[in-house]
Design a protein around this ligand. Sequence first.
Ligand SMILES: [Zn+2]
Length: 289
Amino acid sequence: MDQVIKALACQGRVRVYIADTKDIINDAIVIHDLWPSTASVMGKALTIGAIMGAMMKGDQALTIKINGNGPIGNVIVDANAQGEVRGYVDYPHVHVSRAGALDDVSTLGYNGYIDVIKDLKLKDLFISNVPLQTGHLARDFTYYFLKSEQTPSMTAMGILMKEDNAAEVCGGIIIQLLPNALEEDIVFLESKAKILESMSKLLKENATLEDILKLIFGSDFVILESLPLKFHCSCSKEHFESGLATLGAKELDAMITEDGQAEIICHYCHKQYLFSKEELETIRKGLKK
Ligand SMILES: [Zn+2]
Protein backbone atom coordinates (compact mmCIF):
# COMPACT_ATOMS: atom_id res chain seq x y z
CA MET A 1 0.00 0.00 0.00
CA ASP A 2 1.26 3.45 -0.89
CA GLN A 3 2.28 5.65 1.99
CA VAL A 4 4.50 8.47 3.10
CA ILE A 5 6.47 8.15 6.33
CA LYS A 6 7.42 11.27 8.27
CA ALA A 7 10.46 10.87 10.50
CA LEU A 8 13.07 12.83 12.40
CA ALA A 9 16.71 11.86 12.07
CA CYS A 10 20.14 13.01 13.29
CA GLN A 11 18.84 13.39 16.84
CA GLY A 12 15.89 15.45 15.70
CA ARG A 13 17.83 17.97 13.61
CA VAL A 14 16.74 16.57 10.24
CA ARG A 15 13.21 15.97 8.98
CA VAL A 16 12.59 13.15 6.52
CA TYR A 17 9.66 12.32 4.27
CA ILE A 18 9.88 9.06 2.35
CA ALA A 19 7.12 7.85 0.04
CA ASP A 20 6.10 4.74 -1.84
CA THR A 21 3.85 5.79 -4.75
CA LYS A 22 3.80 2.70 -6.94
CA ASP A 23 0.02 2.23 -6.86
CA ILE A 24 -0.61 5.94 -7.50
CA ILE A 25 1.52 6.01 -10.65
CA ASN A 26 0.07 2.71 -11.84
CA ASP A 27 -3.44 4.17 -11.46
CA ALA A 28 -2.29 7.29 -13.35
CA ILE A 29 -0.76 5.14 -16.13
CA VAL A 30 -4.10 3.38 -16.69
CA ILE A 31 -6.29 6.51 -16.39
CA HIS A 32 -4.14 8.64 -18.69
CA ASP A 33 -2.62 5.93 -20.91
CA LEU A 34 0.85 7.24 -20.06
CA TRP A 35 3.76 6.00 -22.12
CA PRO A 36 6.97 5.08 -20.24
CA SER A 37 8.69 8.50 -20.47
CA THR A 38 5.61 10.41 -19.38
CA ALA A 39 5.00 7.83 -16.65
CA SER A 40 8.53 8.46 -15.39
CA VAL A 41 8.07 12.24 -15.18
CA MET A 42 4.51 11.96 -13.84
CA GLY A 43 5.56 9.36 -11.24
CA LYS A 44 8.20 11.69 -9.85
CA ALA A 45 5.87 14.71 -9.92
CA LEU A 46 3.09 12.75 -8.16
CA THR A 47 5.62 11.62 -5.54
CA ILE A 48 6.78 15.18 -4.85
CA GLY A 49 3.14 16.29 -4.68
CA ALA A 50 2.24 13.49 -2.27
CA ILE A 51 5.15 14.41 0.02
CA MET A 52 4.39 18.14 -0.12
CA GLY A 53 0.76 17.29 0.71
CA ALA A 54 2.01 15.36 3.73
CA MET A 55 3.87 18.52 4.85
CA MET A 56 0.48 20.26 5.17
CA LYS A 57 -2.22 20.12 7.86
CA GLY A 58 -5.99 19.65 8.13
CA ASP A 59 -7.82 20.51 4.91
CA GLN A 60 -4.88 22.34 3.31
CA ALA A 61 -4.05 21.41 -0.29
CA LEU A 62 -1.65 22.30 -3.07
CA THR A 63 -1.29 22.30 -6.83
CA ILE A 64 2.02 21.92 -8.63
CA LYS A 65 2.31 22.96 -12.25
CA ILE A 66 5.52 22.15 -14.09
CA ASN A 67 6.21 23.25 -17.64
CA GLY A 68 9.64 22.82 -19.15
CA ASN A 69 8.54 23.43 -22.75
CA GLY A 70 9.20 19.80 -23.58
CA PRO A 71 6.92 17.42 -25.52
CA ILE A 72 4.96 16.41 -22.38
CA GLY A 73 3.54 19.96 -22.06
CA ASN A 74 2.16 20.85 -18.62
CA VAL A 75 2.49 18.43 -15.74
CA ILE A 76 -0.16 19.13 -13.12
CA VAL A 77 -0.38 17.55 -9.66
CA ASP A 78 -2.89 18.22 -6.88
CA ALA A 79 -2.32 16.83 -3.39
CA ASN A 80 -3.57 17.36 0.13
CA ALA A 81 -2.83 16.59 3.76
CA GLN A 82 -5.16 13.57 3.65
CA GLY A 83 -2.83 11.68 1.31
CA GLU A 84 -5.02 12.20 -1.75
CA VAL A 85 -3.10 12.83 -4.96
CA ARG A 86 -4.20 13.33 -8.56
CA GLY A 87 -2.54 14.62 -11.70
CA TYR A 88 -2.39 14.76 -15.47
CA VAL A 89 -0.07 15.75 -18.29
CA ASP A 90 -0.98 17.55 -21.52
CA TYR A 91 0.57 14.95 -23.82
CA PRO A 92 0.68 11.40 -22.38
CA HIS A 93 2.07 9.78 -25.53
CA VAL A 94 5.71 10.79 -25.37
CA HIS A 95 8.56 8.35 -25.36
CA VAL A 96 12.20 9.43 -25.25
CA SER A 97 15.02 7.18 -24.12
CA ARG A 98 18.75 7.67 -24.17
CA ALA A 99 21.32 4.90 -23.72
CA GLY A 100 18.56 2.48 -22.75
CA ALA A 101 17.19 4.70 -19.98
CA LEU A 102 14.09 6.88 -19.95
CA ASP A 103 15.04 10.47 -20.61
CA ASP A 104 13.11 12.73 -18.21
CA VAL A 105 14.92 15.89 -19.28
CA SER A 106 14.04 15.52 -22.97
CA THR A 107 10.46 14.59 -22.04
CA LEU A 108 9.85 17.48 -19.64
CA GLY A 109 12.25 20.05 -21.07
CA TYR A 110 14.19 22.40 -18.83
CA ASN A 111 13.27 25.79 -20.16
CA GLY A 112 10.33 26.78 -18.03
CA TYR A 113 8.87 27.03 -14.57
CA ILE A 114 7.61 25.26 -11.49
CA ASP A 115 4.50 26.91 -10.03
CA VAL A 116 3.31 25.89 -6.59
CA ILE A 117 -0.08 27.09 -5.39
CA LYS A 118 -0.83 26.32 -1.76
CA ASP A 119 -4.27 26.67 -0.24
CA LEU A 120 -3.41 27.03 3.44
CA LYS A 121 -7.07 27.94 4.18
CA LEU A 122 -6.05 31.51 4.82
CA LYS A 123 -7.44 34.57 3.08
CA ASP A 124 -5.02 34.40 0.14
CA LEU A 125 -3.44 31.52 -1.72
CA PHE A 126 0.32 31.12 -1.36
CA ILE A 127 1.72 31.21 -4.88
CA SER A 128 5.37 30.73 -5.77
CA ASN A 129 7.17 30.32 -9.01
CA VAL A 130 10.75 29.27 -9.69
CA PRO A 131 12.52 28.71 -13.00
CA LEU A 132 13.36 25.11 -13.87
CA GLN A 133 17.09 24.57 -13.53
CA THR A 134 17.81 21.20 -15.09
CA GLY A 135 14.66 19.26 -16.03
CA HIS A 136 15.57 16.69 -13.34
CA LEU A 137 12.66 17.05 -10.95
CA ALA A 138 14.57 16.00 -7.82
CA ARG A 139 17.24 18.65 -8.45
CA ASP A 140 14.72 21.28 -9.48
CA PHE A 141 12.67 20.77 -6.33
CA THR A 142 15.80 20.97 -4.17
CA TYR A 143 16.21 24.41 -5.74
CA TYR A 144 12.51 25.20 -5.17
CA PHE A 145 12.70 24.32 -1.45
CA LEU A 146 15.78 26.48 -0.97
CA LYS A 147 14.61 29.43 -3.03
CA SER A 148 10.90 29.49 -2.21
CA GLU A 149 10.67 27.95 1.23
CA GLN A 150 14.20 28.78 2.50
CA THR A 151 14.65 25.12 3.45
CA PRO A 152 17.92 23.39 2.56
CA SER A 153 17.02 19.87 1.50
CA MET A 154 18.03 16.76 -0.38
CA THR A 155 15.50 15.33 -2.79
CA ALA A 156 15.64 11.98 -4.55
CA MET A 157 12.96 10.42 -6.75
CA GLY A 158 12.92 7.13 -8.59
CA ILE A 159 10.75 4.96 -10.80
CA LEU A 160 11.38 1.70 -12.65
CA MET A 161 9.13 0.79 -15.55
CA LYS A 162 8.52 -2.84 -16.53
CA GLU A 163 8.11 -4.23 -20.04
CA ASP A 164 4.32 -4.25 -19.63
CA ASN A 165 4.30 -0.46 -19.08
CA ALA A 166 3.54 -0.72 -15.36
CA ALA A 167 5.83 0.68 -12.67
CA GLU A 168 7.80 -1.89 -10.70
CA VAL A 169 8.76 0.70 -8.08
CA CYS A 170 8.07 4.40 -7.65
CA GLY A 171 8.82 6.70 -4.76
CA GLY A 172 11.05 9.33 -3.31
CA ILE A 173 12.57 10.99 -0.32
CA ILE A 174 12.87 14.60 0.81
CA ILE A 175 15.34 15.28 3.63
CA GLN A 176 15.22 18.73 5.20
CA LEU A 177 17.68 20.41 7.53
CA LEU A 178 15.86 21.93 10.48
CA PRO A 179 17.05 25.31 11.82
CA ASN A 180 19.03 23.59 14.60
CA ALA A 181 20.97 21.37 12.14
CA LEU A 182 24.72 21.19 12.68
CA GLU A 183 27.62 21.24 10.25
CA GLU A 184 28.13 17.54 11.01
CA ASP A 185 24.59 16.80 9.77
CA ILE A 186 25.39 18.42 6.42
CA VAL A 187 28.61 16.42 6.16
CA PHE A 188 26.70 13.25 7.09
CA LEU A 189 23.98 13.84 4.49
CA GLU A 190 26.54 14.67 1.82
CA SER A 191 28.14 11.31 2.50
CA LYS A 192 24.77 9.71 1.66
CA ALA A 193 24.29 11.59 -1.61
CA LYS A 194 25.71 8.69 -3.60
CA ILE A 195 23.20 6.06 -2.40
CA LEU A 196 20.35 8.54 -2.72
CA GLU A 197 21.25 9.10 -6.36
CA SER A 198 19.62 5.82 -7.27
CA MET A 199 16.28 5.99 -5.50
CA SER A 200 14.76 3.37 -7.79
CA LYS A 201 17.53 0.93 -6.81
CA LEU A 202 16.89 1.64 -3.11
CA LEU A 203 13.18 1.01 -3.59
CA LYS A 204 13.81 -2.19 -5.52
CA GLU A 205 16.36 -3.64 -3.12
CA ASN A 206 14.58 -2.82 0.14
CA ALA A 207 11.31 -4.39 1.19
CA THR A 208 10.04 -1.41 3.19
CA LEU A 209 10.53 2.34 3.45
CA GLU A 210 11.74 1.77 7.01
CA ASP A 211 14.54 -0.44 5.67
CA ILE A 212 15.68 2.47 3.47
CA LEU A 213 15.65 4.81 6.47
CA LYS A 214 17.78 2.25 8.38
CA LEU A 215 20.20 2.07 5.48
CA ILE A 216 20.64 5.84 5.46
CA PHE A 217 20.40 6.78 9.14
CA GLY A 218 21.26 3.53 10.95
CA SER A 219 19.28 3.63 14.19
CA ASP A 220 19.33 7.43 14.46
CA PHE A 221 15.76 8.11 13.34
CA VAL A 222 12.27 8.17 14.84
CA ILE A 223 9.12 7.61 12.79
CA LEU A 224 6.53 10.26 13.63
CA GLU A 225 3.68 9.27 11.37
CA SER A 226 2.72 7.17 8.41
CA LEU A 227 0.10 8.53 6.02
CA PRO A 228 -1.60 6.23 3.48
CA LEU A 229 -1.58 7.66 -0.07
CA LYS A 230 -3.98 7.11 -2.95
CA PHE A 231 -4.82 8.45 -6.39
CA HIS A 232 -8.08 10.22 -5.70
CA CYS A 233 -10.04 12.75 -7.71
CA SER A 234 -12.52 14.91 -5.84
CA CYS A 235 -14.45 15.97 -8.94
CA SER A 236 -18.24 16.01 -8.88
CA LYS A 237 -21.14 17.05 -11.09
CA GLU A 238 -21.73 20.07 -8.80
CA HIS A 239 -18.15 21.17 -9.34
CA PHE A 240 -18.55 21.16 -13.13
CA GLU A 241 -21.99 22.76 -12.82
CA SER A 242 -20.45 25.84 -11.23
CA GLY A 243 -17.78 25.71 -13.92
CA LEU A 244 -20.47 25.82 -16.61
CA ALA A 245 -22.12 28.78 -14.88
CA THR A 246 -18.89 30.77 -15.14
CA LEU A 247 -18.96 30.38 -18.94
CA GLY A 248 -21.71 33.01 -19.10
CA ALA A 249 -25.09 33.31 -20.79
CA LYS A 250 -23.92 33.53 -24.39
CA GLU A 251 -21.84 30.37 -24.23
CA LEU A 252 -24.60 28.45 -22.41
CA ASP A 253 -27.23 29.56 -24.91
CA ALA A 254 -25.03 28.29 -27.73
CA MET A 255 -24.67 24.91 -25.97
CA ILE A 256 -28.42 24.64 -25.45
CA THR A 257 -29.42 25.55 -29.01
CA GLU A 258 -26.52 24.00 -30.95
CA ASP A 259 -25.61 20.86 -29.00
CA GLY A 260 -28.64 20.35 -26.79
CA GLN A 261 -26.33 18.93 -24.11
CA ALA A 262 -22.83 19.21 -22.72
CA GLU A 263 -20.34 16.48 -22.02
CA ILE A 264 -17.47 17.32 -19.71
CA ILE A 265 -14.52 15.05 -19.07
CA CYS A 266 -12.46 15.56 -15.91
CA HIS A 267 -8.81 16.22 -16.79
CA TYR A 268 -7.62 14.43 -13.67
CA CYS A 269 -9.59 11.17 -13.68
CA HIS A 270 -11.29 11.09 -17.12
CA LYS A 271 -14.72 10.64 -15.54
CA GLN A 272 -17.47 11.88 -17.90
CA TYR A 273 -20.28 14.15 -16.80
CA LEU A 274 -23.27 14.62 -19.06
CA PHE A 275 -25.47 17.68 -18.71
CA SER A 276 -28.89 17.40 -20.40
CA LYS A 277 -30.61 20.27 -22.15
CA GLU A 278 -32.88 20.68 -19.11
CA GLU A 279 -29.93 20.81 -16.73
CA LEU A 280 -28.19 23.40 -18.90
CA GLU A 281 -31.39 25.45 -18.98
CA THR A 282 -31.57 25.35 -15.17
CA ILE A 283 -27.96 26.61 -14.96
CA ARG A 284 -28.82 29.28 -17.55
CA LYS A 285 -31.87 30.40 -15.51
CA GLY A 286 -29.67 30.65 -12.40
CA LEU A 287 -27.53 33.26 -14.18
CA LYS A 288 -30.42 35.69 -14.60
CA LYS A 289 -30.94 36.16 -10.90
ZN1 LIG B 1 -12.04 13.81 -11.69
